[in-house]
Design a protein around this ligand. Structure first.
Ligand SMILES: Cc1cc2nc3c(=O)[nH]c(=O)nc-3n(C[C@H](O)[C@H](O)[C@H](O)COP(=O)(O)OP(=O)(O)OC[C@H]3O[C@@H](n4cnc5c(N)ncnc54)[C@H](O)[C@@H]3O)c2cc1C
Length: 403
């Protein structure tokens, strides 16, 4: 019987272990944390956006474009959801294609995988950080602080460096580099953006549904729409994660928010003027009543250089146009991001050209496999990264167990 050691009990490692076990291998999973799926348990704001029905190679990035196509083509969202259904997980897809467990709880996804691993006889070695992988006569020696284990084949599923708070680490890159592999420069993406806009502190805690554009000297680099969260340091929320890659790819970028997507600038101007003439007893601070959140309205008024306490009766057409333009193009200069500890995904990783896309076996070290975020593949925001973990984990698990 072939023995397979899976290094890392995250999304990709759990999937790889289940697949290898179902193909008849004796599988051990080594996890440095006390339990498996720690990062998985916090994904999607605790809801776990486990895949996206639109997942295709176009949603993935890496030096070698198209590398992800093999694993995804064989095992895409539909196959993944079918697999989870057999484990007893019921899911629901949103109109955007994002899929969540019906329980809306990421813990449900971790639990069904954990119990399936137990049922399949996968041995879990928890609280065990693998410090080295050495080639041995049998295959590999898995070196831990207080012990060493032998395995015919090894799957490295250690994840990337993003999300340090939930177990993100560079250890996987080192294990693979020690066996001759190379790592591309590492960055991170799907992250909150910092801005020095003076309105940020007073907007803290507000959520808005907005159109989001990234601009660089007037040129649109990326667009998204959805929830934006204002924070004291800048901007967060799914729509911001989605454009963070473009916002950070070059300097001098600005995030422009359209806070009233369903109202044109002309219409908004007319609404503001109607308010000014119809209810002149109100103040400028009330100008946006009924359109955007009150605190947002007051920040827009200040940004236009107006006093919130002034009478709205003074509002002339030129100023109304300026205010409407501000609400439709509320601009935040990007000054940085919240760093790898808070990012959802690593950009870069172990060079994919050193692996066979059809099996995920190393071209440099036969019997060695890698899957998930440790490889130089990252997906867009919306369930794509977990889909890569499932697809690549399954392929690596199956290939490693092959006699
Ligand atoms: C806050 C947050 C929210 C996210 N939300 C989503 C989402 O909703 N949808 C989505 O698609 N993606 C999301 N992601 C991204 C997604 O979670 C990752 O891309 C995915 O988990 C990667 O899977 P992986 O198995 O490769 O790595 P991980 O899930 O990180 O698992 C790697 C495991 O290996 C262990 N390990 C590492 N080194 C060693 C070692 N030397 N010895 C033993 N064990 C080791 C780690 O402890 C960890 O448990 C989110 C990420 C974060 C941080």
């Amino acid at each position: 019987m072939i023995t397979v050691a899976v290094i890392g009990g995250g999304a990709a490692g759990m999937m790889a272990s289940l697949e290898a076990a179902s193909c008849g291998a004796a599988v051990s999973v080594f996890e440095r944390q006390s339990r498996v799926g720690r990062k998985l348990a916090v994904t999607g704001n605790g809801r776990c956006n486990l895949t996206n029905m639109n997942a295709s190679p176009a949603a993935y990035h890496g030096t070698e474009r198209g590398f992800a196509a093999g694993a995804l083509g064989e095992y895409g969202p539909e196959e993944t959801l079918e697999f989870f259904r057999t484990l007893g997980l019921v899911t629901a897809a949103e109109p955007s294609g994002r899929v969540y467990p019906l329980s809306d709880t990421a813990g449900s996804v971790v639990d069904v995988l954990r119990f399936a691993m137990e049922a399949a006889g996968v041995k879990l070695v928890a609280d065990c950080e693998v410090r080295g992988l050495e080639k041995s006569r049998r295959g590999f020696r898995v070196v831990c602080p207080d012990s060493a284990w032998e395995a015919d084949r090894v799957i490295v599923a250690c994840g990337g460096m993003a999300g340090e708070r939930f177990g993100g680490t560079k250890l996987g890159y080192r294990l693979l580099e020690d066996l001759g592999h190379h790592c591309t420069p590492l960055r991170w993406s799907l992250v909150q953006l910092r801005s020095d806009h003076p309105g940020c502190p007073s907007l803290k805690g507000i959520r808005a549904d907005a159109g989001v554009s990234v601009l660089c000297r007037g040129r649109v680099l990326a667009e998204a729409s959805g929830e934006v969260q204002f924070t004291d340091y800048g901007l967060s929320g799914p729509a911001i994660f989605e454009i963070s890659r473009a916002a950070l790819a070059q300097g001098d970028t600005v995030v422009s928010l359209d806070l009233l997507r369903s109202v044109s600038e002309e219409e908004l101007t007319a609404m503001l003027l109607r308010r000014a003439s119809g209810t002149p007893q109100l103040t400028m601070g009330d100008a946006f009543l009924g359109t955007v959140q009150n605190r947002v309205g007051r920040v827009l008024i200040s940004a236009a250089g107006l006093k919130p306490s002034e009478s709205i009766g003074k509002l002339d057409e030129k100023t109304a146009r300026r205010l409407a333009k501000l609400a439709k193009h509320f601009e935040f200069p990007v000054t940085g991001d919240m760093g790898p500890a808070n990012a959802q995904v690593t950009v870069g990783g172990i060079r994919t050209s050193e692996f066979d896309p059809a099996t995920l076996e190393s071209r440099l070290c036969p019997g060695l496999y890698a899957c998930g975020e440790v490889l130089d593949i990252d997906g867009d925001c919306g369930g794509y990264n977990l889909q890569w973990a499932w697809s690549s984990g399954r392929l690596a698990g199956r290939s490693a167990a092959e006699v």
